[in-house]
Write a protein that binds this ligand. Structure first.
Ligand code: PMP
Length: 396
C-alpha cells in the first residue's frame, strides 16, 4: 500500500542512526557522564572512553591517534582547518573550488578581511575542477587549497589524489571536505597527502553533533610546536568533549565495511553494495520524460542521484513542491542540499556547472543507504511521474 511507504532517500542530509549507535549514546550518558577533564573517577572514566575511541579510530584508519581532533561536525572541522592553517601566515592567495559546501565558503570569506585573496577554481559541466588551471592556481601566491572530495548537491567526485600531491609538491597546504565520501567506505587516510580532512558521523549512521578534523603529519608537527597543549583536543578544539558521541562515532566507523581506494584522478568505491542499486534506480528515473541527470555520470558518489525535473514539455517543476508532495506519500528526498533548505536563492553550485537559471529551483537529490527496502524503491518512478504530472497541471 502506497500510504504505508516509509522510504528515506536523503542519506546525504543525514543517515538514520544504527540501533547500536543510539544504545551506545544512552549507555554512556546514563552512567559514564563525567567531564573527561575532571581528575576524579567520573572524569577518568569518561576520558578513558575518549582515548579508547581515539585509538580504535586511529587503528582503523591506520593513522596516529594524535592526528584526530574531535569536533561537533564537518562545519566546525572545515572552519578549524582554515583557522589553524592560515592564522599565523602572511596573507596570500586561497583557492577553493567553485562547488564547495557553504561552510567552506564562509570559512574562506572570514579570512578575506585579514587580507587573503580568495580565488574560485573553475569546474566543468559536471562540477569537476578543470585540470588545465593547475599551474596557474597552484603557483605563488597560493598558500592554501580546499577541495570538496564528493560534492553533496551534484554527487561529483574530484581528482583528490592528484590535486593533493600537486599541493604537497608545491608546499601548499591542502584541505579536503570528505564528509560525503567518508560514508561510502573506509577512507585510505594512510595513503593520502592531506593537511586537513573534515568528516561528520551522522552521514554514516553515527550520531549528529560529532565529527573529526584529521590533521596531516606536517600540520601536526607545526601546530604542536606553536601551541600549548593544555586545552582539550590539542588546543585545536578546546571545550568539554562528549564521551558518548565520541564512542558512538568510533562504533559507526568500525561498522563501515567497504573500502575507498584512490588512484590519481580516480576514487574507487570497492564492492560498495549501494552502488549497484543506486545505478539501477537512477536508470529507472532517467527513463521518465523530462528527467535528466546532473553531475558526472560515473565519477560520482555511489549512493547519490541528482536530477533536473521538468514536465514532458520541458517546463521546470519546482523541487520544493515535489519534496513536500513526495513526503506526503512517504518518500523522503531533498531539493539540492538540506544545509540550505531554508534558503530560496539559487545554488552557486548549479550556477557553476552552467545550469540555466530557470531550472535552478528544479533539482531533486535522492541518496540511498543500506536501510532501503527494494520493493518500495521500485515504486518511486511511477509515483514521481504522477506527482510531476499533477504539479504540472496546476502550474502550466
Ligand atoms: N560538508 C559537506 C560536504 C556536507 O554535505 C555537510 C552536511 N550537509 C557538511 C559539510 C556539514 O556537516 P555537519 O552537519 O556535520 O556540520
Amino acid at each position: 500500500m502506497i500510504n504505508d511507504l516509509n522510504l528515506y532517500l536523503d542519506a546525504c542530509s543525514t543517515a538514520p542512526p544504527l540501533d547500536l549507535i543510539s544504545n551506545e549514546v544512552s549507555r554512556i550518558n546514563d552512567s559514564l557522564w563525567g567531564n573527561p577533564s575532571s581528575l576524579h573517577k567520573y572524569g577518568l572514566r569518561a576520558s578513558e572512553i575518549i582515548e579508547r575511541s581515539r585509538n580504535e579510530i586511529a587503528n582503523r584508519y591506520r593513522i596516529a591517534p594524535d592526528q584526530i581532533i574531535f569536533t561537533s561536525g564537518a562545519t566546525e572541522s572545515n572552519y578549524l582547518s582554515f583557522k589553524n592553517g592560515l592564522e599565523d601566515c602572511k596573507p596570500g592567495r586561497l583557492v577553493i573550488s567553485s562547488v564547495e559546501h557553504p561552510s567552506v565558503i564562509y570559512a574562506a570569506k572570514s579570512l578575506e578581511k585579514k587580507g587573503w585573496k580568495i580565488v574560485l577554481w573553475p569546474v566543468d559541466k559536471y562540477g569537476i575542477v578543470k585540470l588545465e588551471y593547475i599551474d596557474e592556481l597552484l603557483s605563488p601566491p597560493t598558500k592554501f587549497v580546499s577541495l570538496i572530495w564528493g560534492q553533496s548537491e551534484i554527487g561529483s567526485i574530484q581528482p583528490i589524489d592528484l590535486i593533493s600531491k600537486e599541493c604537497v609538491k608545491r608546499k601548499i597546504l591542502f584541505h579536503t571536505d570528505a564528509t560525503q565520501v567518508a560514508s561510502q567506505g573506509l577512507l585510505p587516510l594512510d595513503k593520502f597527502n592531506f593537511d586537513f580532512l573534515s568528516l561528520s558521523a551522522h552521514k554514516f549512521q553515527g550520531p549528529i553533533g560529532i565529527g573529526m578534523l584529521i590533521v596531516g603529519n606536517r600540520i601536526f608537527d607545526m601546530l604542536s610546536k606553536k601551541q600549548k597543549l593544555d586545552a582539550q583536543e590539542s588546543s585545536i578544539r578546546p571545550g568539554t568533549q562528549p564521551a558518548s558521541l565520541i564512542s558512538a562515532l568510533s562504533l559507526a566507523i568500525l561498522n563501515i565495511k567497504h573500502k575507498v581506494i584512490i588512484d590519481n584522478k580516480n576514487t574507487i568505491f570497492d564492492n560498495n553494495p549501494v552502488s549497484k542499486i543506486t545505478t539501477e534506480f537512477r536508470e529507472s528515473l532517467l527513463r521518465l520524460e523530462g528527467i535528466s541527470l546532473i553531475g558526472h555520470p560515473t565519477k560520482r558518489l555511489p549512493h547519490h542521484i541528482s536530477i533536473l525535473v521538468a514536465n514532458n514539455r520541458n517546463n521546470p517543476i519546482p523541487s520544493r513542491v515535489l519534496v513536500r508532495l513526495l513526503s506526503e506519500k512517504g518518500i523522503y528526498v531533498s531539493s539540492g542540499t538540506a544545509c540550505s533548505s531554508s534558503n530560496l536563492s539559487d545554488s552557486p553550485i548549479l550556477e557553476a556547472i552552467g545550469i540555466d537559471k530557470s531550472f535552478r529551483q528544479s533539482v531533486l537529490r535522492l541518496s540511498l543507504g543500506p536501510w532501503i527496502n527494494f520493493n518500495e524503491l521500485n515504486l518511486v518512478p511511477n509515483i514521481l511521474s504522477d506527482v510531476i504530472e499533477s504539479v504540472s497541471k496546476e502550474m502550466y
